[in-house]
Design a protein around this ligand. Structure first.
Ligand SMILES: Nc1ncnc2c1ncn2[C@@H]1O[C@H](COP(=O)(O)OP(=O)(O)OP(=O)(O)O)[C@@H](O)[C@H]1O
Length: 282
């Protein structure tokens, strides 16, 4: 066995491990089990020379390949988008200061909504444009303010049902219907609002915020995971962290300048200190 074979096997093993890990808790896991069973039966029927059965199964598998691409289209798209996402690109097309403003306004609204037990669902769009995953919705296109957010979710008003979508520093849409998660591990006490937030976070890189009407608790969904019962403080920190532009070029430049300045300062201090020491010796 050559080194390239070992590398080859390792890469395939890592890919299979990640596919299983990714699909373990989703509807796709059942499909993958079914495919594995068909593969197994085909192999056994070939081994036993059951020609008709193996002919049928082989044809099913050929057609199945195309069917798989159609069935897994959202997952494939998400995976390819994830791969194509540049490490050096911006995650969010607004400045860090805007992110802090948006996070502040949303947290203020979340605190008031939680206090009054008003249900709310807010989705922050990041790299992946969410339009294809949304049904319905009313375009708003206004700057994010706590007053506007709180107003949208007032019960029995036209826009309170469904999700608000935040793109950059604007409320892009309200009253949007999101895809529901098929996660079976989700607690029974959580209904469709939480399931919808989890659903879209499984299919895109967005960040979802839910205020429960029933309990007044704040939850955040990200990459198909849920963080429950967050305080407003931790929500603020989390939003700033996940929405901030990563490795923003200007931030890096600033960091470098700061670093150079602090080096210069410490060199100057050192020089002054040694000068003083020399003088005292004299
Ligand atoms: N697919 C969906 N997309 C967006 N919003 C949805 C969707 N399904 C339900 N909702 C919202 O969730 C509300 C119903 O919430 P439900 O009580 O079933 O969920 P929940 O997770 O228990 O939340 P809560 O704790 O606030 O009661 C609906 O009125 C609607 O506003």
């Amino acid at each position: 066995m050559q080194l390239s074979d070992i590398v080859d096997i390792l890469i395939v093993a890592i890919i299979i491990y990640n596919i299983i890990k990714h699909f373990r808790k989703t509807r796709a896991a059942q499909l993958l089990k079914g495919i594995a069973i068909i593969f197994g039966i085909t192999y056994i029927s070939e081994w036993l020379h059951l020609n008709v059965i193996s002919f049928i199964l082989e044809n099913i598998m050929q057609m199945g390949f195309i069917a798989l691409i159609i069935i897994f289209q959202p997952e494939l798209r998400r995976g390819l988008e994830h791969m194509g996402r540049s490490k050096f690109g911006k995650w969010f097309s607004v400045e860090k200061e805007d992110v802090t403003d948006v996070a502040g306004e949303v947290c203020k609204a979340a605190e008031n909504l939680a206090e009054s037990h008003t249900g709310a669902l807010v989705v922050f769009e990041r790299e992946t444009i969410l339009d294809d995953l949304l049904t319905g919705g009313t375009v708003i296109g206004a700057k994010v303010t706590s007053e506007l957010l709180e107003n949208i979710f007032v019960p029995n008003t036209p826009l309170h049902d469904g999700a608000v979508i935040i793109r950059d520093d604007k409320i892009q849409k309200a009253s949007c219907v999101l895809p529901l998660s098929a996660n079976k591990d989700l607690s029974n006490e959580l209904g469709t609002r939480h399931r919808a937030a989890l659903g879209i976070s499984e299919q895109a890189d967005c960040v979802c915020l839910v205020v429960s009407e029933e309990t007044g608790k704040i939850s955040v969904m990200l990459n198909g995971n849920m963080m429950r019962n967050l305080s407003v403080n931790s929500l603020y920190k989390l939003l700033n962290k996940v929405l901030a532009p990563k490795d923003d070029v200007s931030t890096n430049v600033k960091k470098n300048i700061d670093h150079l300045k602090s080096q210069k300062r410490s060199r100057k201090k050192k020089d002054e200190k040694s000068e003083k020491q020399d003088k005292s010796k004299e």
